[in-house]
Structure formats: structure tokens, C-alpha cells
Ligand binder design. Structure first.
Ligand code: F1P
Length: 338
């Protein structure tokens, strides 16, 4: 987790050398529906990628768990509709559902892109592969998630010819380096606290990151964690808020004025508050039990990966505080097969 600045730098350097135009199988990136597909962490990555492609390319996108395509193909790819361009995401490239979707697409004659790190089996099923140079031995996906997301955002910005966005992505390794120096001790100390429930909230691209944060906390510390769209939490789920609950808000810049009051309300209900945002109000600075302020002057969407790291750290340090091995979660294997 702490090595991510170097891993991102290596990934960005490789992306700069790649001929990304070869990855779309001759389709115009501006004339297809992009369908991002994965399982677990890679499904949350699919959600974050879909949001990024929609914003950067102004094209329709969707994210689906691979299992949904296997069980509901007609729902996933209705015939007679637009041209799809599926993107199959899998760190290992060996996850059963993803390989079965690749087989299904081949049978249907649909070309697809594979995004992977190790990925031999998946990569053999298509000539179009975006491979990120991440060597991750942990069962839990951390730098592979952020690097593949960076890679997909880079690709979208490259297709959109958005030089400012590409420059913003290139600034992230250095920004993270500084943030880690500033915040790691605080996250480590906070992670020693005990909670019955963890809840993570976000909207737009940060909803996917809230999902991933909850999954990291579940996997790395065998804790009970949930995720919601920030404002949705007020419509019922807030009944779980109590002093035994940690409520984590990933607050956007554009929605800040609407999202922050949800956290302040939960604090009044007794919950502990964790917040990640670019720049917090004085009130949140006073109220939050743990606050990460990114303060990175790049377009909001380009900051997405910076929101991921704190949940990875929180989950890992919390797992360690419970005497667990965060790299080897209870009941989980590195590759999940059917
Ligand atoms: C996805 C996944 C992860 C999980 C664990 C096992 O794998 O199921 O979500 O956390 O790491 O793998 P992959 O298809 O991306 O290899």
C-alpha cells in the first residue's frame, strides 16, 4: 500500500509508451457503449472506470459483475441495441466468472479488451490487453486496483485528447507520496479503535470507492462494513448509527455542501466520523474523528485514486490491531474459482 507512488509512476511511464489506439479493435471509442466487467474489487473498479469514461468521453457506459452476464445474458446485452465494447477486468486473469464471460463473448463474436496485471489465461483469449506492471503478492487487491484504475482513466483521457487530465494523472504519484508522509500515523492510530459497524458513503465515481473501501475493511480486518450513496444513507440505513458505528464519507468537491451535512448529522447521532475530501470546512475539521484532506489541485475526477488509499490503510491497520494477517483474509483465496 505504501509503495503505491512508485507503482503508479511505473504504470504511468509504461502507459505513455503504449499504442492505446490498438486496444479498441478498430471501434471508434466515441461510438460504442463501454461495458466494464469484473468480480469483487475488479467489479468496483469497473464501476469507477464506467463513471470516468462517461465523464471523459461523454459516451454511455455500464459496469456489471461478471456473474450477471452468465446468469442474465439477455439483460446484460440486449440484442438489436447499440454496439458494445466489453472491458474485462481481472488482476489475476484466472477468475472463473470472468473467463466464462470471455468464452461467451468469443462465441457471440464480440471483441473485447482485457485489463489485468498477471493475467495469462484471460490475456490468451484476446489480442487486446492492457497490462499494468504491478507485482502484488497479497490476496487483497490494493495497488493493482489503483493502478488499473489509473490505466483506464489514462486511456479515457487519451481517447478524449484531454492533455490537462493526463498531466493531472501524472502528478498523482508525487501528491500521494506527500499525503502518506502526512497522514499514515493518524490512520494507524485511529485504526486501533473498535467499532461494531463500518459504513462508507460516496456519490458518483466516489460511490465505487466507498464500495471498495468497505470491501477492504471487510477483507483485511474481518469486520462488518456496508456502503451506500451518501444521501441514500439518510433513507433508513441511518438507523444503525450509534457510538459503535464508524461512518466514513468520501466527499466530492462538487457535492460537498450537500454531502457534508450527512456526516455532521451522524456525528450528532453519536457515530464516529471519518472523512476524505479535497478541502474540508472548518466545521468538519472540528467534528471529524479522522480527516484526510487531499488538497491536490487537479480536476475532481483525476483525484479518484487518491481516495482509495486511506480505506486500504484503515482496513490493514485495523486487521493488524485485531491480530489478523491483512494480506491473508479469513476464508478468501487469491483467485476465486467456481
Ligand atoms: C478478484 C478477487 C478480489 C478479491 C481477492 C480475490 O480477482 O475476487 O475481489 O479481493 O483478491 O480476487 P481478479 O479477477 O481481479 O483477479
Amino acid at each position: 500500500i505504501l509503495n503505491q507512488p512508485a507503482v503508479w509512476e511505473r504504470s504511468l511511464a509504461e502507459l505513455e509508451q503504449m499504442d492505446l489506439s490498438a486496444l479498441t479493435a478498430g471501434h471508434s471509442p466515441l461510438q460504442v457503449e463501454w461495458v466494464f466487467i469484473g468480480c469483487g474489487t475488479s467489479y468496483y473498479l469497473a464501476q469507477a472506470a464506467a463513471a470516468s469514461f462517461t465523464v471523459l468521453l461523454q459516451q454511455p457506459t455500464r459496469a456489471l459483475p461478471a456473474s450477471e452476464i452468465l446468469l442474465q445474458p439477455q439483460l446484460s446485452f440486449p440484442r438489436g441495441a447499440r454496439r458494445y465494447f466489453p472491458v474485462l477486468i481481472s488482476r489475476s486473469g484466472h477468475t472463473s466468472e470472468v473467463l466464462k464471460v470471455a468464452e461467451y463473448l468469443k462465441q457471440e463474436g464480440v471483441e473485447f479488451l482485457a485489463v489485468t496485471c498477471d493475467g495469462r489465461e484471460l490475456a490468451e483469449m484476446t489480442p487486446r490487453v492492457l497490462r499494468l506492471p504491478v507485482d502484488e503478492s497479497s490476496t487483497v487487491m490494493t495497488s493493482s486496483f489503483t493502478s488499473m484504475l489509473l490505466g483506464l482513466q489514462y486511456m479515457a483521457a487519451w481517447f478524449a485528447k484531454d492533455g490537462a487530465f493526463l498531466a493531472a494523472l501524472n502528478a498523482l504519484p508525487e501528491a500521494l507520496e506527500k499525503l502518506l508522509k502526512r497522514y499514515v500515523p493518524a490512520v494507524q492510530a485511529f485504526a486501533q479503535r473498535r467499532f461494531d459497524d463500518f459504513v462508507f458513503l460516496g456519490q458518483g465515481p466516489l460511490f465505487a470507492i466507498a464500495c471498495e473501501t468497505a470491501l477492504k475493511v471487510m477483507e483485511s480486518s474481518s469486520s462488518y462494513a456496508q456502503y451506500f450513496h451518501t444521501l441514500e444513507f439518510r433513507h433508513g440505513p441511518k438507523s444503525v448509527a450509534s457510538p459503535a458505528t464508524l461512518i466514513g464519507g468520501l466527499l466530492s468537491e462538487s457535492g460537498y455542501a450537500t454531502e457534508e451535512p450527512v456526516l455532521l448529522e451522524m456525528k450528532k447521532l453519536g457515530a464516529a466520523i471519518y472523512a476524505v475530501t479535497n478541502s474540508a470546512s472548518p466545521q468538519l475539521r472540528e467534528t471529524a474523528d479522522l480527516l484526510i484532506e487531499l488538497d491536490v489541485p487537479v480536476p475532481e475526477l483525476a483525484r479518484t485514486v487518491l481516495f482509495v488509499v486511506w480505506g486500504q490503510l484503515l482496513g490493514s491497520y485495523h486487521g493488524l490491531s485485531k491480530g489478523l494477517d491483512p494480506d491473508n483474509p479469513t476464508n478468501l483465496t487469491r483467485v476465486v474459482t467456481l
